[in-house]
Design a protein around this ligand. Sequence first.
Ligand code: ADP
Length: 309
Amino acid sequence: MRHMIELRELTKRYGPTLAVDRLSFEVQPGVVTGFLGPNGAGKSTTMRMMLGLHRPTSGEALIGGRPYDRIRRPLHHVGAVLDADAAHPGRTAFTHLACLARSNGIARVRVTEALDRVGLTSVAHKRVGGFSLGMKQRLGIAGALLGDPAVIVLDEPVNGLDAAGIRWIRSTLRALAAEGRTVLLSSHLMSEMALTVDRVLIIGKGRLIEDTSVAEMRARFERDVLVRTPRTDELVPLLRGMGAAVTRTDEGDLVAVGVDAAAIGDAAAAAAIPIHGLTPRSATLEDVYLQMTDEAVEYRAATMEKELV
Ligand code: ADP
């Protein structure tokens, strides 16, 4: 049941707009992958091409080695939620899923199982029109799971959800990945993704900016070490001797760049200099993400201004 998503030089042009620009990456099974980028970066367009809803201008998007429209019984391979509001408000949750199942040749028992999996059994016979956004999101995921697919693709699933809803999505996606499925979800916010995803694919202006793990992203942007000692005059030359750049804060603490906390602690101990505080400081993931996508956002603001004139 293991299926990978593969993009090869995927490109989509809408008139003068290059929405997706030679995008190549792989999304592996068994982990949750976040597809990140500012609004307008090309995430939805890319997902729509993966799901055969838009035709690429060039390049290809493959799922389990095939383009979506060449997969037989696609719901058994790929489950997607592009719009949580897709269900008819007059239908009950059960009827909505039962119709979806019938039109895709899926046994009715799967409806009950899917409702149970997303925790909607008690409201199965209530109309969707009265559902909260969180409940609609769960229903969308139940629909995506009907065919027991190996690949799950969700566009902005946590957008607008409350804390409990986000927590539910997190644990559900982690569980689905742990079963060996390929799970891809998009978001324009790093903060929403940090605790949910293992890997991140970051795009801007339709191009791939980063393909990395959340852990690597954190490690790479460890910035400096804040050091508190009553004997700064002795520690400063010692740290500089180790190659560190050292500055002082207004509070009299030292900020060292270029050496890690362990090396500072060891050197201070060897020189019998007391240390009262030693704090490695890293940029938040949101800072790092904003820094990476800054240019893409500026570009976007500039083109929007042009469009408005
Ligand atoms: P995201 O999902 O990252 O917010 P989109 O894929 O929706 O980004 O949009 C990428 C770019 O393509 C944007 O500049 C957007 O205005 C443009 N775009 C998206 N869909 C269409 C369309 N159907 N026609 C013309 N331009 C489009």
